[in-house]
Design a protein around this ligand. Structure first.
Ligand code: A3P
Length: 340
């Protein structure tokens, strides 16, 4: 388990991503972090909870999933929902930049510090750890809140149907999702370093956290006709980032100037995001930024950023098997992806 001493002496670990967090008690728009004492042993932190038939990462606690159902939604909330490794942080950056009029210095990444369903886990000592639910922090955050989540729709707050905040669902071709996830897991020894072929079999059969990629994506694809859901594909952003930025802005009822759009496109590019996170890391500008600096500085969420990296992993046989399953699961959906 990795922990870090922060400037405030507060030792915090973000268990799911095994990232260091540096937290400040008071910020402009996130209230005091109230860590609750518990008996979270390292054993518990290795454990993936199962709730309503779905497996979740260790940072997701079943109590949070239950309480999330009654989480108060505001009509101006902005949800970014994804299956892991589909471009969550990329689109968060685009949305946050749009809200900051393209001004990188004004980007607020605080509400996207962790996903809605996560608990931030305090230092794990021998008597256990303390935790702080992200959704509790979000309850008192200023509007508009940019909220990220990997949850299937049925686990999200019930008020979504009534309050209809904007939702952006980001989907990525599953071959690259699985490849990206394989690399992400390799960085965390708790995942057990599965060799590629074993990992592949688990991924294709939806055995890992958040379940089947197919079910996840199809559920939101089938909601795309609803006015508050925008379905965005990773490969489309790669191909024409400007077009995506414009459609995201339109979805959020924002009217950025051409100049702002240019800046958002520029600052959310792979190279600029890498540079920014590296800068946050070395500048040590503040606790939340430091979290992102550490996260992104080591490029946890920004790696190759390519379409087609799966070709470096899939064998010919795995590719054929994958295509067969993909055809079968997606055949009536009309949903297609660019794989290269
Ligand atoms: P790779 O591992 O294939 O490089 P998530 O944020 O959902 O965890 O997704 C992470 C993936 O998005 C990683 O994919 C990462 O490199 C990619 N990504 C992040 N920022 C990006 C950007 N600005 N442009 C392209 N890809 C980006």
């Amino acid at each position: 388990m990795l922990v870090a001493n922060t400037y405030s002496g507060h030792r915090v670990l973000f268990s799911h991503h095994h990232l260091f967090l540096d937290l400040m008690a008071t910020t402009n728009n996130i209230p005091d972090l109230e860590f609750e004492p518990d008996v979270l042993s390292s054993e518990v932190l290795r454990h993936r909870p199962v709730y309503e038939g779905m497996t979740f990462p260790p940072a997701v606690r079943i109590e949070a999933l239950k309480e999330l159902k009654t989480f108060q939604i505001r009509p101006d909330d902005i949800f970014i929902v994804t299956f892991p490794k589909s471009g969550t942080h990329w689109v968060s950056e685009i949305v946050s930049l749009l809200l900051a009029d393209g001004d990188l210095e004004r980007v607020n990444r605080r509400t996207t510090l962790a996903h809605l369903e996560f608990a931030l886990i305090d230092d794990v000592g021998k008597d256990g750890a303390r935790y702080c639910y992200m959704y509790k922090m979000l309850q008192n955050a200023d509007s508009p809140r940019v909220i990220t989540s990997h949850l299937p729709y049925r686990f999200l707050p019930e008020q979504l149907d009534e309050k209809k905040p904007k939702i952006i669902y980001v989907a990525r071709n599953p071959k690259d999702v699985f490849t990206s996830w394989f690399h992400f897991r390799k960085r965390d020894p708790r995942f057990g370093n599965l060799p590629w072929d074993e990992y592949f079999n688990g991924a294709i059969s939806g055995k890992y956290v958040y379940g089947s990629w197919f079910d996840h994506v199809l559920e939101y694809w089938n909601k795309r006709e609803k006015g508050n859901v925008l379905f965005v594909k990773y490969e489309d952003i790669k191909m024409n980032a400007r077009e995506t930025v414009v459609s995201v802005a339109k979805h959020l009822n924002l009217t950025p100037s051409d100049d702002v759009i240019d800046r958002v496109v520029h600052s959310s590019s792979l190279d600029e995001m890498k540079k920014m996170y590296q800068r946050l890391k070395t500048d040590n500008q503040g606790p939340f930024n430091n979290h992102y600096g550490n996260a992104y500085g080591s490029n946890s969420f920004v790696r190759k950023g390519k379409v087609g990296d799966w070709k470096n992993h899939f064998s010919v046989a795995e590719n054929e098997e994958f295509d067969r399953v993909f055809q079968e699961k997606m055949k009536d959906s009309g949903l297609t992806f660019a794989f290269e």
